[in-house]
Design a binder for this molecule. Structure first.
Ligand SMILES: NC(=O)C1=CN([C@@H]2O[C@H](COP(=O)(O)OP(=O)(O)OC[C@H]3O[C@@H](n4cnc5c(N)ncnc54)[C@H](OP(=O)(O)O)[C@@H]3O)[C@@H](O)[C@H]2O)C=CC1
Ligand SMILES: O=C1CO[C@H](CO)[C@@H](O)[C@@H]1O
Length: 372
């Protein structure tokens, strides 16, 4: 391990890895040392294209197998954006080889798998972190502080999130997200993972007691493979009167909204996963007032616009850069931050409970029952 620079290795020339190449370039404490692909030509092409936009002083090495990268002594941390269905053995192999792990979401096919991955990281004393970028944004810190310290909406009652985009025909035919073997949770894994994670933040990390969920529309590719959720909704019940709902979909236009409601107001975010392009991330709190005086009924808007520092993406203070910088800091100082594997496990438990409920046509499922 070099003293100040974390040497990253990528498993797979994935589309999202291009964004994280640039993030590592901007992090100040890391560089991409190697990219492994099932095709060495694809790895080299990925490196050339990324380096053309975000050059590094030392070139990355192209490798033709994931094993080769994991065995390499010149790698400190591995970024794993492989499809969920095949990810587990690679996470465990990377951990056992002493590499810190940044793993894409949804992390596993089920909670059992995720526990095995997290246990392997713990046993090897390496950091595990999943790829939820907004965990590392200034906005999520500001929003949490506003909700749980300043109590800007009063006592929490309801959390509502929506994450959707509309995939075209080619998406349904060939994207990994519509393939049961590769991404078995479909939109629940790809988009619902974020809804669940935001809900956890808004709830002060408390777990729901039970969930009721349904797959509204299942999608499948023409090869006749089993379907995956293409449109999904869930209702989550917490203690003390707090409830939450989320909707995620590959069939509905772009929307990434979150609303947190309490007995004294509500908080809104229009872009809770991928912030709109700007140098600041925006959110708002509202305390609208209905004023009634005889024949006059005025519903008066009372909105306070707020913003948090941080570019949306591609700048040193954007959320994906903070994420890779944070993992590299853990790796360089050999100091684990166990908040992140805990967030992963909680998210997976809720996801599993939702899937179980949807299979049982919306029956209530106790989240504890999934944990056991
Ligand atoms: N955190 C975030 O903001 C984002 C996270 N993601 C997550 O990252 C993961 C990857 O998404 P995305 O980049 O869009 O996916 P891609 O399809 O672009 O990349 C997946 C990579 O996995 C490798 N792979 C290995 N085996 C297979 C296989 N059997 N079939 C297909 N690919 C295989 C391929 O690399 P090679 O051929 O080079 O070996 C491929 O490039 C998903 O789980 C997704 O949810 C995606 C986008 C954003
Ligand atoms: O994680 C992700 C972020 O957002 C994308 C959609 O806009 C997802 O498809 C992706 O997997």
């Amino acid at each position: 391990m070099s003293d100040s620079i974390c040497r990253w290795g990528f498993l797979g020339a994935a589309a999202i890895a291009r964004k994280n190449w640039k993030a590592i370039r901007l992090s100040g404490n890391g560089r991409v040392a190697a990219v492994a692909s099932r095709s060495v030509e694809r790895a080299q092409c990925f490196i050339d294209e990324c380096a053309a936009e975000a050059p590094q002083s030392e070139p990355a090495v192209a490798m033709g197998s994931y094993e080769e990268l994991i065995r390499s002594d010149d790698i400190d941390a591995v970024y794993i954006p492989l499809p969920t269905g095949i990810r587990k053995p690679w996470v465990i192999a990377a951990a056992e080889a002493g590499k810190h792990v940044l793993c894409e979401k949804p992390v596993g096919v089920n909670t059992k798998q995720v526990r095995e991955m997290l246990d392997a990281c713990r046993a090897a004393n390496v950091q595990f972190m999943d790829g939820v970028m907004f965990d590392h944004s200034q906005r999520i810190e500001d929003v949490s502080h506003a909700l749980h310290h300043d109590h800007v909406v009063g006592k929490l009652r309801r959390i509502n999130t929506h994450f959707s985009f509309c995939g075209d025909d080619s998406f349904l035919e060939s994207n990994i997200r519509a393939n049961h073997e590769l991404e078995p949770h479909g939109c629940l894994g790809d988009l619902g993972w974020y809804c669940i994670r935001f809900t956890l933040w808004a709830a002060g990390l408390q777990m729901p007691e039970r969930v009721s969920a349904r797959t509204i529309t299942a999608i499948g590719n023409p090869q006749g493979q089993p379907h995956v959720p293409g449109e999904f909704s869930a209702e989550l019940q917490f203690g003390e009167g707090l409830s939450a709902t989320f909707y995620c979909s590959f069939l509905t236009s772009n929307q990434q909204t979150a609303v947190v409601s309490g007995d004294r107001g509500h908080l809104t975010i229009d872009d809770f996963v991928l912030p709109f392009y700007d140098s600041q991330a925006h959110w708002a709190t509202h305390d609208h007032a209905l004023e009634i005086e005889n024949c006059r009924w005025n519903f008066n808007r009372k909105t306070q616009s707020r913003s948090s520092v941080g570019y949306a993406s591609g700048e040193p203070n954007s959320q994906e850069v903070q994420m890779v910088r944070r993992l590299a800091t853990c790796a360089l100082h050999n100091k684990l931050d166990l908040r992140y594997p805990e967030l992963t496990l909680k998210t997976q438990l809720i996801l599993d409970a939702c899937r179980r409920s949807a299979i049982a046509n919306g029956d209530w499922v106790n989240v504890d029952a999934v944990a056991g």
